[in-house]
Design a protein. Structure first.
Length: 261
């Protein structure tokens, strides 16, 4: 599949909405909704590469910062090299025997992964029932009681995508589960504090990389997955896959915009 996304608008959203609607064959209201959530915003998903290229040309002709990509080229967070025990060296990040030179970084994209887990557990147990015992003259002394228990948990994690000029898979810095000794500064009291210190150091060391943190506050749709077994049904929703896509298109735009600066 191919996606076309807007990373920057060359004019007011209200002026673009009816033009975008005409391109997409939708109403101006629907087009405004696409832009209302903030940028970057995916405006079209299609299996037709020619359609994607045509729309991309129209958007750029109107002065907008638009990019298009094949979703097959988008790396998932799970496939990225995670900086769990990194060290910030003089000229590169070192992690698990691998090195990522600072001059290979083209874009540093900050974001937040949000997830929610809703679980429903149904259990059955037999309890003594005086009324049933009396009604059945002692033949049945219990009744089956069904109990339903619900639980919910939410998680929010700051991340930094490190995109590379070489085109190799991005690396990922996560707020949780990271050994922060490698940033080389006095440790902060919290994971959030150490994450911020590391991001600041990376920006300082990778001076040629464009930095963008608009995805930190970007609200996106979450994908749901249903799991069941042993009386428990779990629904997990996460913004991770959507953020992976938006970070990818944003990095494409930053690389393109940086080339013209």
């Amino acid at each position: 599949m191919f996606v076309v996304a807007l990373a920057e608008l060359g004019g007011p959203a209200e002026a673009e909405a009816p033009l975008l609607a005409a391109d997409l064959g939708c109403t101006a209201y629907d087009a405004r909704l696409m832009l209302a959530g903030g940028l970057p915003a995916v405006v079209k998903t299609t299996a037709d590469k020619a359609q994607a290229i045509e729309l991309l040309g129209k958007l750029r002709a109107r002065g907008h910062g638009a990019v298009a990509c094949d979703t097959g080229a988008v790396a998932s967070s799970g496939s990225m090299k995670t900086m769990k025990a990194f060290r910030l060296g003089a000229d590169a990040i070192e992690e698990g025997g691998e090195r990522l030179p600072y001059d290979d970084l083209v874009a540093l994209v900050g974001a937040v992964h949000r997830s929610r887990t809703d679980s429903t557990t149904v259990s059955k147990e037999k309890k003594f029932s005086m009324s049933r015992a009396l009604l059945t003259s002692g033949l049945s002394m219990s009744k089956t009681v069904t109990k339903e228990t619900k639980a919910s948990a939410e998680d929010r994690e700051s991340v930094l995508y490190l995109f590379r000029k070489s085109g190799e898979a991005p690396w990922l810095l996560r707020e949780h589960g990271t050994n922060w000794a490698g940033h080389g500064r006095a440790l902060e009291a919290t994971e959030a504090g150490n994450f911020k210190v590391t991001v600041a150091l990376l920006r300082e060391k990778a001076k040629g990389a464009q930095y963008d943190d608009r995805l930190v506050t970007r609200k996106v749709g979450e994908r749901a997955a249903l799991h069941g077994g042993s009386g428990t049904t779990t629904v997990k929703t996460s913004s991770e896959a959507t953020m992976d896509l938006l970070a990818h298109v944003l990095a494409m735009w930053l690389a393109r915009a940086g080339a013209y600066r």
